[in-house]
Design a protein around this ligand. Structure first.
Ligand SMILES: [Zn+2]
Ligand SMILES: [Zn+2]
Length: 164
């Protein structure tokens, strides 16, 4: 399970490689989201996002550029894009705020290392996408306490306890 590999780092980059970054540890949790918003934003069937403390995302090249976009919640999302090739690298959503980054797993150099921990919004999953048995799948959203590993819940508690 990806969230169990907390000690491993992951490197990523945009298409033109101006923006390069390193996740300094494994993620808190990996979402495969099948909602219509993610389908539209990716032009594909789903989005794969690795949630991690933003403080653990280290920029190695050019600075990314934050673009504000609408979101499913109605409260907007901030998307970190390469200023040159415009690839989206990660997002901040209103719910978790700037403290947690949703890194696009497809921008990692070794995306295979971070398979989904859960499939969400399967109510709008495209019918030809077949989900593997053994990975949790929910029609919409889920109860964090019921699904996250204890170590990730502890990391989240530590993050929220920190003064802003
Ligand atoms: Zn780029
Ligand atoms: Zn989604």
């Amino acid at each position: 399970m990806s969230a169990g590999t907390a000690e491993r780092s992951h490197e990523g980059a945009c298409t033109c490689r101006a923006v390069r970054f390193r996740m300094r540890s494994g993620p808190l949790f990996v979402h495969c989201c099948h909602c219509r918003w993610c389908q539209r934003e990716t032009g594909s069937a789903f989005a794969l996002n690795a949630m991690i403390e933003t403080s653990r995302v280290e920029l190695l090249g050019a600075a990314s550029e934050m673009v504000t976009m609408p979101s499913n919640s109605g409260r907007g999302q901030k998307v970190a894009r390469c200023p040159r090739c415009r690839i989206a690298l990660w997002s901040h959503y209103a719910g978790a705020g700037d403290a947690i980054a949703f890194v696009r797993v497809g921008t990692l150099l070794e995306p295979d290392r971070l398979p989904p921990d859960i499939h969400i919004f399967t109510s709008s999953k495209q019918p030809w996408v077949l989900l593997p048995p053994g990975t949790p799948a929910v029609a919409e959203y889920y109860d964090r306490d019921a699904h996250w590993p204890a170590a990730s819940l502890e990391r989240r508690r530590a993050l929220l306890a920190r003064p802003a």
